[in-house]
Design a protein around this ligand. Structure first.
Ligand SMILES: [Zn+2]
Length: 234
């Protein structure tokens, strides 16, 4: 934005200098004319011309500056709006209607939770686990945690084969490390509908025996932020 502005100002200065040059050349040509009346008239015209150029230059400069000011103000107000939105809808404040709104994405007889949401240490490094890991055999059915629309379905580094569903009430769910994906972007899905199968795609830690531990990494977004999925599940 600023470089564009600078360019416009530079261009305007160039034009004003050039027009000054041209008028100087003209006067040089015309000073050959010795008539003092014409000389006087020329001087007046020259003055007028310079004044009009100056006026135009100042007017354009004002326009450019006010435009830049307006756009920066717009940006500031946008930022403020975003901040207030964040303050009014804290992701960790769970609306009473959202509690237990989502269904566990794997049949309760076929998985065990191998890692919960929260801070954890992996290979000696401190980290934060943004979802819950549900260990299950490769190929176990993964179902939609709630009614919604598929907004992502594909391979993502780290997540591997991954699906993101958008539900109502500002909720989103993510299903990662899948072995297969059974839905496509834009598709509407009902709660409990089969969407994929458990796998080991993406970044999955190996077990002591060296086998990649197949599991579903499940995340819940509340108003755009990842939160502890457990209170939402029933
Ligand atoms: Zn995980």
């Amino acid at each position: 934005m600023y470089s564009k502005q600078r360019f416009i100002i530079f261009f305007l200065i160039l034009i004003s200098l050039l027009s000054g040059d041209i008028s100087a050349q003209n006067t040089h040509l015309l000073t050959a004319h010795k008539n003092p009346k014409i000389q006087e008239r020329l001087a007046v015209e020259r003055k007028k011309m310079r004044a009009s150029i100056k006026k135009e230059f100042v007017a354009t400069l004002k326009k450019v500056v006010s435009k830049a000011h307006r756009s920066s103000e717009k940006k500031r107000s946008k930022k403020k709006k975003k901040q207030t939105r964040r303050q009014t809808s804290s992701p960790h404040e769970i609306n009473v209607y959202k509690k237990g709104l989502l269904k566990w994405p794997i049949d309760h007889k076929k998985f065990w939770v191998s890692s919960y949401y929260g801070p954890r240490v992996l290979k000696g490094r401190k980290g934060f686990h943004q979802g819950i890991d549900m260990a299950a055999r490769r190929g176990t059915k993964v179902t939609a945690a709630g009614q919604g629309r598929v907004v992502k379905a594909g391979y993502y580094p780290g997540y591997g084969k991954c699906i993101v569903l958008k539900h109502f009430n500002g909720l989103k769910t993510r299903y990662a490390h899948l072995n297969s994906i059974k839905v496509h972007v834009g598709q509407q899905v009902a709660a409990k509908k089969l969407i994929g199968t458990v796998g080991t795609t993406g970044h999955v830690a190996k077990s002591k025996s060296g086998i990649s531990a197949s599991h579903l990494h499940f995340e819940v977004y509340n108003n755009g932020r990842r939160v502890n999925p457990v209170p939402f599940l029933a």
